[in-house]
Design a binder for this molecule. Structure first.
Ligand SMILES: NC(=O)c1ccc[n+]([C@@H]2O[C@H](COP(=O)([O-])OP(=O)(O)OC[C@H]3O[C@@H](n4cnc5c(N)ncnc54)[C@H](OP(=O)(O)O)[C@@H]3O)[C@@H](O)[C@H]2O)c1
Length: 190
């Protein structure tokens, strides 16, 4: 099967995704959505791959590393020692990631490929030929941020997906809603 990148992100009204190497908000249910979407598989013998930039990996508290029940891919230019972490691999470029995802043995092990940020990682995934869908949580408030979601590419259309919470959600007095965008080029090319 062809590789399909599913991007998952949460951004606020000013398109921010991060501040000081952390999330600008603490929304438990929104985080639970991230965990469920990136972890669940149809085939119980397979796991999903989650691709993270090195800064986003660093942001995960040690007790939550690696992201449990998922195969963690980290993009970096540095020598990172991840030998203590199960199912965790370091990559120095996207090409190596694609080669691993296409490897016949590795293909037996994974189901979906989730791209989980940050900024440049989303941008590269969204402009790649493998971009399939973007699951974007719109947090309906402005937060002070230093990291932002890139501009959406123009060749996307909104689709519905019953697996995500439907309509406006609210927690801690903050409203959020999930938009699902699909790459129209994939449909046209197939
Ligand atoms: N709201 C959300 O949905 C969400 C999701 C994810 C992250 N975040 C937030 O966003 C912030 C982190 O994001 P960020 O954009 O600053 O950083 P990031 O994308 O997580 O990491 C950037 C790093 O990734 C590595 N990298 C990226 N592309 C690469 C490539 N093509 N080849 C090799 N290495 C590559 C480089 O690591 P080296 O420097 O090691 O070379 C680069 O410095 C944090 O505040 C985090 O909490 C928010």
């Amino acid at each position: 099967m062809a590789i399909k990148f599913k991007l998952i992100a949460a951004c606020c009204d000013n398109m921010g995704i991060g501040k000081n190497g952390d999330l600008p908000w603490r929304l438990k249910n929104e985080m639970a959505h991230f965990t469920r979407m990136t972890t669940e598989t149809l085939d119980a013998n397979k796991k999903n791959v989650v691709i993270l930039g090195r800064t986003s990996w660093d942001c995960i508290p040690n007790k939550y590393k690696p992201l449990a029940g998922r195969i963690n891919f980290i993009l970096t230019s540095r020598k990172l020692d991840v030998s203590q972490f199960e199912d965790t691999y370091v990559f120095y470029c996207w090409n190596d990631i694609v080669n691993r995802l296409n490897d016949a043995n590795f293909k037996q092990k994974y189901e979906d490929v989730w791209v989980a940020g940050g900024s440049k990682v989303y941008e590269a995934a969204m402009s790649s030929e493998y971009f399939y869908r973007l699951y974007l949580t719109r947090i309906k408030k402005e937060f002070e941020c230093d990291t932002f979601f890139p501009n959406l590419v123009s060749h996307v259309e909104k689709v519905s997906d019953t697996r995500v919470p439907q309509g406006i959600q609210e927690e801690k007095g903050i409203q959020w809603e999930i938009e699902v965008w699909e790459n129209r080029k994939l449909k046209l090319d197939n």
